[in-house]
Design a protein around this ligand. Structure first.
Ligand SMILES: C[S@@+](CC[C@H](N)C(=O)[O-])C[C@H]1O[C@@H](n2cnc3c(N)ncnc32)[C@H](O)[C@@H]1O
Ligand code: SF4
Ligand code: SF4
Length: 255
């Protein structure tokens, strides 16, 4: 099982598709972080980020040191604006760097950090520890072939994720309303992830962006097994049955 902790909701970017701007901005306290870590089973895969930029947490490396007592499988996804030293990279199992485009203008228009300031760092990290570095792109209908070619040329793994279709993201952009095809969610039925918001509240997945409405695994299960979809799950791809990867042709969004 993966355990994901939202260690901060501060961010230094304003990506148009991300609800970060609407969140209360805070860092997790070291005490709460250690309490969560202490409650986890040993050897859990740990992902240290939520809706925020993880490397902005002033005690990020202290938290990594602490978590290493429990597991050596600690990963992050970062927007790439904060440089990492080689010794720091060594402490992580995997580092995902979010880049949706190599085009500086497109990145600027969409609120993403300037890729020209990130690419060299990314290549430098990749040359020292190639197996740890991955690129994460959100597909919102932009030209992606240039990024695909770049990743292929440098042999960097590229994950392309469709822009999140859930209702709770729709204040940022509009996607088509889809019909529910089933009431089964892998996150609920298979215990894929334990997600902890920055205030310590737990959720069964990382997609319940409106934390005040997030329900527990059991609560969601009750809704789904009676053929109902709770507010925190509205329009989730798990229930509309549309694979996030097969939505490419549909993925132009209204910003
Ligand atoms: C929420 S961010 C947190 C980590 C860091 N701030 C970053 O941007 O990489 C984690 C990942 O979620 C992606 N993401 C954010 N909003 C999204 C959305 N509406 N749809 C799909 N992916 C999204 C980001 O691009 C990033 O790859
Ligand atoms: S996607 Fe990441 S970098 Fe962009 S606003 Fe959200 S948290 Fe910040
Ligand atoms: S939002 Fe609801 S349906 Fe979607 S993954 Fe999470 S628990 Fe499952």
């Amino acid at each position: 099982m993966i355990c994901q902790i939202e260690i901060t909701t501060y961010c230094n970017a304003k990506c148009f598709y991300c609800p970060n701007e609407f969140l209360e901005h805070r860092h997790i306290s070291f005490t709460l972080f250690t309490k969560i870590i202490d409650s986890l089973p040993t050897q859990s895969d740990l992902l240290l980020q939520g809706t925020g930029e993880p490397l902005l947490h002033p005690q990020f490396w202290e938290m990594v040191e602490y978590a290493k007592q429990k597991t050596h499988s600690i990963s992050i996804i970062t927007n790439g604006t904060i440089a990492l030293e080689n010794s720091q990279l060594q402490m992580l199992k995997s580092v995902g760097i979010s880049i949706d485009t190599l085009c500086v203008d497109t990145a600027k228009k969409t609120g993403r950090p300037d890729p020209s300031l990130i690419i060299n760092k990314l290549l430098e990290y990749h040359s020292s520890i190639p197996e740890k570095i991955k690129i994460f792109a959100v597909d919102y209908g932009q030209e992606l072939q240039t990024l695909r070619t770049f990743a292929l040329r440098h042999k960097i793994i590229l994950f392309v994720q469709h822009i999140q279709p859930k209702s709770s993201y729709q204040s940022r952009y509009k996607t088509n309303l889809l019909t529910y095809r089933n009431y089964h969610c892998r996150y609920i039925e298979n215990n894929i992830i334990r997600y902890f918001f920055v205030d310590g509240k737990e959720a069964p997945c990382c997609f319940m962006i409106d934390r005040h409405k997030a329900l527990s695994r059991d609560e969601v299960f009750k809704y789904l097994s009676s053929g109902n979809v709770p507010e925190c799950c509205q329009q989730c791809g798990e229930l509309t049955g549309v694979s996030r990867l097969s939505m490419r042709s549909n993925s132009k969004v209204t910003i």
